[in-house]
Design a binder for this molecule. Structure first.
Ligand SMILES: [Zn+2]
Length: 234
């Protein structure tokens, strides 16, 4: 009886383990043999199990093709040094970069932002009345953005048009929102290019933003970017 604590896959800590592609192959072979026996039994239950096995076989086969594609990509990086050698990607590999490294590098290459270079989304100079709320939409008459010239000096984050109202302390699975937290509704709001580019030029420019579903402005910390699950304003 196999113990569920014994790792199967080859790694630096389990150098004698299976290669994923070989394990998937082996599973396919064994599953085929089981299915070949099952199909001799004409009862519906046996046929049902055999049908499921065929689907599982196909999924395992697809998984193996995925793995072969990863291996091909890794060969482009360099030769395989085996489970105890230097990895080609991930921590310990040559050229390993964290998100923080990339952001620091971008910030160094980009001139500092001039927050006085501001204008309204409708192109007018910034006036006090732009904050007036349109009762029909809940939105301001206009929003302050960095000027096109200032935005053109370079971005320190990707330009992202859509954000999610995730609320405070949402339930996440990696980068994906599973359940909104306090005050959050889970809805997505899409904004115009000037606003999106202002976030990319200066992630700390705004302190709050609009949710199209709640129809109100909420603190930035309640919103996340869908592409990486990070909080707006970080
Ligand atoms: Zn909302």
């Amino acid at each position: 009886m196999p113990s569920d604590n014994v790792p199967l896959l080859m790694s630096a800590t389990n150098p004698n383990g299976w290669r994923l592609e070989e394990l998937l192959s082996q599973l396919c072979v064994e599953l085929e043999a089981k299915t070949a026996l099952l199909v001799q039994d004409a009862r519906p239950v046996a046929q049902g199990v055999a049908g499921n096995n065929r689907v599982i076989w196909r999924l395992l086969h697809d998984a193996r093709l995925r793995q072969l594609s990863s291996l091909a990509a890794l060969r482009q990086v360099g030769p395989d040094q085996g489970p105890t050698g230097t990895p080609r990607v991930g921590p310990g590999s040559e050229g390993f970069l964290t998100k923080a490294d990339i952001e620091r590098d971008l910030a160094e290459k980009t001139p500092p932002v001039d927050r006085s270079a501001r204008v309204l989304t409708d192109g007018r100079p910034v006036t006090d009345d732009h904050r007036e709320i349109n009762p029909a939409t809940g939105q301001q008459k206009a929003y302050v953005v960095l000027t096109a010239e200032e935005r053109a000096k370079g971005f320190v984050r990707p330009v992202r048009r859509t954000y999610i109202h995730a609320g405070l302390n949402p339930t996440m699975n990696g980068i994906f929102l599973i359940k909104p937290g306090e005050h959050g509704c889970g809805a997505r709001t899409t904004m115009g290019e000037a606003l999106a580019e202002t976030y990319a030029r200066d992630p700390y420019f705004y302190s709050g933003t609009f949710c199209s579903s709640c129809k109100e402005h909420r603190p930035l910390e309640e919103f996340i970017w869908p592409d990486d699950g990070t909080v707006l304003g970080t």
